[in-house]
Design a protein around this ligand. Structure first.
Ligand SMILES: Nc1ncnc2c1ncn2[C@@H]1O[C@H](COP(=O)(O)OP(=O)(O)OP(=O)(O)O)[C@@H](O)[C@H]1O
Length: 459
């Protein structure tokens, strides 16, 4: 009985609260430092501390003196080494699940516009990075960005991220209910788990969510996946609808008059998603994030497709070469054409949607186009040979152009190629009557390719 009573006096509610607070603080610090460079520094400092204790016990006076000098400036060392991590830790304590980023009235519309834009961008395989500012200001990112202060709309967001837009590189930042700026450069993730496996767009999304309480929506250009980064986590969304729900949880205040029940509901939902994310990363095979698995699968698919395409391309070239052997004249005219044939898929096409029948269609298209080129050159044979002599170079060039046009026709749908710059204006050939580049004299003994062909024909 005495024993139980003594325990009761020790374990007061204050002690329990005290221990819980310490445990919570330690958990936050460990979860923040886990996997970072700071964790390694911390381990190094722990080793020095153990050496210090042993040096004192074993009376190694010199070692003990050196380490004690080091520990006298310990606080300064810690602040210098961990300045980034301390800032992140303090930011984390300064925010909570109750800080929201959008207004409860207009927020839903904004999330709708953004998820619709993400859906169409994902469908077209156009990468995007959209940051929602919450309680921590992102002012330092504005300096190198382009200020917009525009109303959030699906059309505007979609056009910002098109590859021909001057604003497409970098992130769009949503502040309150407006698009604040575009082309913002975000800090990359410091977590080696992300920084090593991911491309820079996703690493930047995680990076800003590690440093601040911002929520980031990423659309992958490579896979078309929509992901959301928050609190240093990255969660791939199964659909744009899932992204909409997740953004609503993270950004919208729960209810117009947010009372404690809504707050708790928000907190539980917030923690639930975090817990699910952790579970997934623990149980996912090979300890690879679902995100990485997707990327790997998509790489495998595109690799096998590339193999198929290159083998079909070789076949097309082989057949073209065979047909070219029939007439030497054609061979001379079109000898460069097969080398110019490249299969180009439109940017927006989904790799998984391209079936083997499509590839067959494409390859037969190449052969047809090539055949028509050869026919063109056959017709030329009937033309006046003298005229040809002067036009031979032009014909060769037009043959190549036709081949390139044929390639452009293979996949014309909604592919956007930036306009080809006009040829530069003619250079000044002389300054004050002194020629800059003396004209190259044609070697009269040198045979033109057409003269060679004529000779061969005569033989
Ligand atoms: N630090 C950054 N801040 C903002 N945007 C960035 C940053 N780093 C890269 N980006 C954007 O990401 C693009 C490059 O993406 P990259 O292919 O490296 O990333 P990724 O994560 O593999 O994405 P994706 O799956 O879309 O290819 C850049 O063109 C740029 O628009």
């Amino acid at each position: 009985m005495n024993y139980l009573e003594s325990i009761k006096t020790i374990i007061s509610w204050k002690a329990i609260l005290d221990i819980s607070l310490v445990a919570f603080l330690l958990y936050q610090i460990i979860s923040l430092l886990k996997g970072t460079r700071a964790a390694q520094v911390l381990i190094g400092m722990l080793v020095i501390f153990i050496t210090y204790v042993f040096s004192s016990m074993l009376q190694f006076d010199t070692l003990h003196w050196i380490i004690s000098k080091f520990y006298s400036s310990f606080i300064i060392v810690v602040i210098v080494l961990f300045q980034d991590d301390i800032r992140r830790l303090l930011t984390r304590f300064g925010r909570g699940p109750f800080t929201t980023g959008l207004d409860s009235v207009s927020g839903t519309n904004i999330i709708d516009e953004i998820t619709n834009a993400a859906k169409s961008l994902s469908h077209e395989r156009i990468g995007a990075l959209i940051v929602f500012e919450r309680s921590v200001g992102l002012d330092k990112l504005y300096d190198h960005s382009i200020m917009l202060d525009a109303v959030v709309s699906e059309q505007l967001l979609s056009s910002i991220f098109q590859s021909f837009s001057p604003l497409h590189d970098g992130a769009v930042i949503i502040k309150k209910d407006r698009i604040n700026c575009a082309s913002a450069q975000l800090p990359l993730s410091k977590n080696p788990r992300f920084s090593k496996k991911m491309g820079t767009r996703h690493s930047a999304a995680v990076g800003i969510s590690e440093e601040t309480d911002a929520v980031v929506l990423v659309v992958s250009e490579e896979t078309g996946n929509i992901s959301i980064a928050w609190e240093g986590n990255l969660q791939r969304q199964s659909s744009s609808e899932a992204a909409r729900k997740m953004l609503s949880i993270l950004l919208l205040p729960r209810g117009q008059n947010s009372n404690i029940i809504y707050w708790i509901e928000n907190f539980v939902l917030f923690k639930y998603h975090k817990f699910i994310l952790k579970l997934k990363s623990i149980f996912s095979s090979n300890k690879i994030q679902p995100f990485d698995n997707d990327r790997r699968k998509s790489n495998d698919k595109s690799n096998s497709l590339q193999k198929k395409v290159s083998s079909l391309e070789t076949l097309a070239i082989q057949q073209a070469e065979l047909s070219m052997q029939q007439v030497e004249y054609e061979n001379k005219i079109a000898s460069n054409v097969p080398k110019n044939i490249h299969i180009r898929f439109p940017r927006s096409s989904k790799i998984k949607d391209i079936k083997s029948s499509d590839i067959q269609f494409i390859s037969s298209n190449i052969l047809n186009k090539h055949q028509s080129l050869n026919n063109d050159s056959n017709n030329l044979k009937d033309d006046d040979i003298d005229n040809l002599e002067h036009e031979e170079e032009n014909k060769n060039a037009s043959g190549k152009n036709k081949a390139l046009k044929a390639i452009a026709e293979i996949a014309p749908e909604d592919r956007f190629d930036p306009p080809i710059p006009k040829s530069p204006p003619p250079r000044d050939v002389s300054i004050g009557g002194i020629p800059l580049d003396p004209p190259i004299e044609k070697n009269k003994n040198e045979e033109t390719p057409l003269e060679k062909i004529k000779k061969d024909d005569k033989k």
